[in-house]
Design a protein around this ligand. Structure first.
Ligand SMILES: [Zn+2]
Length: 385
């Protein structure tokens, strides 16, 4: 990137760097078909900076010419019962809170369409998704309401819609200009939809030292303050901002027309997170080296972005981790970028050789302990994330 970077949310130039990663996988969520492909996967550099005005965090080294989302992009968390439960409860409560029944609902960046199906099912709604990386997997939805996905942008292909509700989950953090996604929503102002936006919560990442959440795919990290600013700068009136999913996700509920708004959350100072970032990486490098020296067999559980990030950026992890376990069968037999660690389902016999399982997301600890117990496996379990 050349020239002085500016904040993607408020356009301010008061950006202070606080985290640096020299070699991060460009795509944590694209697994490769062979170990050699994985070892040669593209890398990018990360410099996280915080905006002194709106507290937005961005990677000022991000180069979006590196990124092109395709059907290979696999970030569905819907194979986990914990996540599935969260998403179902969320869809049910949104439909009930805003009385969205037999209406049109829209999801921007709907991925494989799992949440879209839930929105349709919860209120017999006509659910329309937009996603350029959609691979056509939900042609057979036969629940109440209807579901269709359009492989195009909503600004171009959605003008004729009249949605009562618009959701976008885990999309804004992937965009270099997130305001573009939000400002285009005014085309639906006549329908007066409720808008629900969900992103990873940077405040949680700082508070919990969740260093594995720093990934190249995210040029943006939203704090409550910056998400509120994104809305108000682009024609949305936010009326509810809250953390969900154990604090990991930040959500805003907003309207396109006037109404009561929330007070802007206070500024955030992530400098201590910057110091902790390097310490956490060093601690895990030492821990893995010690396990390895003692003849241990370390497996990580979770081949999503946290797992891929851990394996790629902790020094020595690619040599000391023997396997990654993931419930998503689409990941089975594939390899994580840069580290080249193979991914398998819990049915893989090699899991029985593990002496230590590292849990990449604390919320899945109970679920994973149950999986191990049901297979009569007695390895130790440790939460990383
Ligand atoms: Zn800003």
């Amino acid at each position: 990137m050349t020239g002085s970077p500016s904040c993607p949310v408020c356009r301010g130039n008061d950006l202070a760097p606080f985290v640096e990663v020299a070699r991060a996988p460009v795509f944590c969520n694209v697994l490769l078909p062979s170990r050699s492909d994985a070892l040669a996967a593209p890398v990018g550099s990360i410099v996280l900076s915080v905006c002194g005005d709106c507290s937005h965090v961005s990677n000022t080294e991000f180069d979006d010419t590196n990124l092109s989302y395709s059907p290979e992009y696999e970030n569905s968390l819907h194979f986990s019962p914990t996540f599935q439960g969260f998403a179902t409860t969320l869809a049910d409560s949104l439909v009930s809170d805003y009385d969205i029944h037999s209406r049109q609902v829209v999801e921007l960046g709907c991925g494989k369409g799992d949440f879209l199906e839930m929105l349709a099912a919860a209120g017999s709604n006509d659910a329309v998704g937009f996603d350029p990386s959609y691979d056509g997997a939900i042609d057979h939805y036969d629940g109440p309401g209807s579901v269709r996905v359009i492989r195009d942008t909503y600004q171009k292909a959605g003008r004729e819609l009249r949605p009562a509700f618009v959701a976008s989950r885990h999309v804004l953090e992937h965009l270099t200009d997130p305001g573009l996604l939000v400002s285009g929503l005014k085309q639906w102002a006549g329908a007066n939809p409720v808008v629900y936006l969900e992103v990873p919560d940077a405040d949680y990442m700082f508070a919990e030292s969740a260093v594995w959440d720093v990934i190249y795919e995210h040029p943006s990290y939203f704090t409550g303050r910056s998400l509120a600013r994104l809305c108000s700068n682009n024609g949305l009136v936010p009326f509810r901002i809250e953390s969900v999913f154990g604090g990991q996700y930040l959500t805003v509920h907003a309207r396109l027309n006037d109404g009561p708004t929330v007070e802007s959350p206070p500024p955030v100072d992530p400098t201590s997170f910057g110091r902790e970032f390097d310490r956490v990486l060093d601690r895990w490098a030492d821990r893995l080296a010690a396990e390895n020296a003692a003849g241990g067999n370390v497996v990580i559980w979770g081949a999503g972005s946290k797992g891929a990030s851990f394996a790629a950026v902790v020094e020595g992890a690619s040599e000391t981790l023997s396997l990654a376990i993931d419930l998503n069968p689409r990941k089975n037999g594939r390899f994580m970028p840069i580290s080249g660690i193979e991914v398998a389902t819990p049915d893989d016999p090699r899991l029985a050789d593990a002496s230590l399982v590292l849990v990449m997301n604390p919320l899945y600890g109970v679920e994973i302990r149950e999986e191990l117990r049901s297979r009569d496996l007695r390895c130790s379990l440790e939460v990383v994330g």
